[in-house]
Write a protein that binds this ligand. Structure first.
Ligand code: GLC
Length: 424
């Protein structure tokens, strides 16, 4: 590395830390000041991963704050609301009404949905990069019951297809909220219209359906039986389940650390892998399965590479995925990885999750390349991601052709994962 890039790296690292310090509320990190004024569970896992080497205690505090919002069912909510900002984000506490639900924690207001279960991986990072072994052990022991309850919840309440995969019951549970993968299952829902306080939410039937779905689930009392028998949106998503599998592997490693039994987590990982291959793999790619329509959704998004996170994915499958990624995602875009394959009709370079490149999905694919020893892919994903943030800043997402920043500035997971990439 020459002197110039070393200097650049130091400055970039400091800038990333400055963003995370500014977005820290005292108990958690908001994704972006203003637009996202609460704690999001997926974002917090990425933040903890990024902070593990640089602000270790704060990485622990980030996750403990999130676990404070966990429901007695084990469900880890996708938003833990900051009471002081109230309804500043739509939909806010008044839509979810978590306080009316006996399973929700007392004194903490949350949403009623979950998000990809990356938290065990984050705890693994915290364990691995802890400056003090005793403190690390104490933290893992403290986090352990929450992680186990979260995984039990997914296995018991979300295996709606009965085959070992967890179903998402709302696009907001995917982390890729506006992805074209959800277009068909959303189009099957009734057309509804709501009046919103916020201008930006008007005249988009998808958003009306998002709200309608959330309200239906809420009005059922967030019941597991309702999800199984009546809820009209249920999708087995390769990214959600790839992350779940990676977290099962992390839990097996953490079990060793604290002297617990690793076998249940290994078995869960094997079960999810088998189900991914049996249910979502079709002719050279993983696709999401719409459980209500009983078919795969033939849209190839960045989420279709989620199973790369599994260290046990068979080598021939990994090779096919790597080739697909190269030919249909990396090659056609100057600033990868586009969130939807470029040649798809649904591709849109400027709309959230329908085309732009994101640091978090780049990082997940980079992890997949690390796990499988795909050195060229690993190096090119790290370099292109760092190029994005160096040129455009820690934006929420980026134009996949010209690298222009889109969405919020000073976005937490973009800063946090830059720290992790720089540390390698
Ligand atoms: C958007 C994203 C979601 C993220 C949230 C907060 O809703 O789609 O993945 O967690 O913003 O950053």
């Amino acid at each position: 590395m020459d002197a110039r890039s070393a200097l650049d790296d130091t400055a970039l690292e400091q800038a990333a830390l400055d963003v995370l310090d500014a977005n820290w509320t005292g108990s958690a990190t908001v994704p972006a000041v203003g637009r996202y004024p609460h704690q999001w569970s997926l974002d917090s896992a990425f933040v903890a991963i990024g902070l593990a080497r640089r602000r270790w205690s704060r990485a622990c505090a980030e996750l403990l704050s999130l676990f404070g919002g966990q429901w007695s069912t084990g469900m880890l909510p996708h938003i833990v609301f900051d009471r002081s900002t109230g309804e500043a984000y739509y939909p806010g506490p008044s839509l979810w009404r978590s306080a009316d639900c006996a399973a929700a924690p007392h004194g903490t207001i949350t949403s009623g949905l979950t998000q990809p279960p990356l938290q065990a991986c984050a705890v693994w990072w915290i364990w691995r990069y802890a400056p003090d072994r005793d403190a690390a052990l104490a933290f893992v022991r403290r986090a352990w019951p929450s992680l186990v309850a979260q995984h039990d919840y997914l296995a018991s309440a979300r295996d709606l297809g009965g085959d070992g995969l967890a179903a998402i019951v709302h696009p907001w549970e995917s982390g890729l909220d506006d992805s074209p993968v959800w277009d068909a299952p959303l189009a099957a829902l009734p057309l509804v219209r709501y009046a919103y306080a916020l201008e930006e939410w008007r005249s988009d039937s998808h958003h009306d359906r998002y709200v309608w779905l959330a309200m239906r689930y809420r009005d059922s009392g967030y019941g597991a039986g309702y999800l199984r028998d009546e809820h009209p949106f249920a999708v087995e998503d390769p990214l959600f389940n790839g992350i779940w599998l990676a977290s099962c592997v992390a839990l097996a490693g953490l079990a060793d650390a604290i002297g617990a039994d690793r076998a249940p987590f290994r078995e869960a990982a094997d079960r999810i892998r088998r189900a991914l291959l049996d249910r979502l793999w079709d002719d050279g790619a993983f696709y999401a399965r719409d459980l209500r329509a009983g078919r795969l959704i033939p849209v190839c998004s960045v989420g279709c590479f989620g199973p790369l996170l599994d260290p046990g994915m068979p080598a021939p499958v990994v090779a096919v995925l790597a080739e697909l990624l190269e030919s249909r995602f990396l090659g056609p875009s100057g600033y990868p990885v586009p969130s939807c394959e470029v040649r798809a009709l649904e591709f849109d370079r400027s709309t959230y999750w329908r085309g732009p490149s994101w640091v978090n999905t780049n990082w997940l694919l980079w992890r997949g390349a690390v796990v499988h020893g795909l050195d060229d892919l690993r190096a090119s994903l790290a370099a292109s991601t760092l190029r994005l943030v160096r040129q455009a800043g820690f934006r929420e997402c980026f134009d996949p052709f010209d690298g222009m920043g889109r969405g919020c500035r000073d976005f937490s997971w973009s800063a946090a994962l830059t720290l992790d990439l720089l540390a390698r």
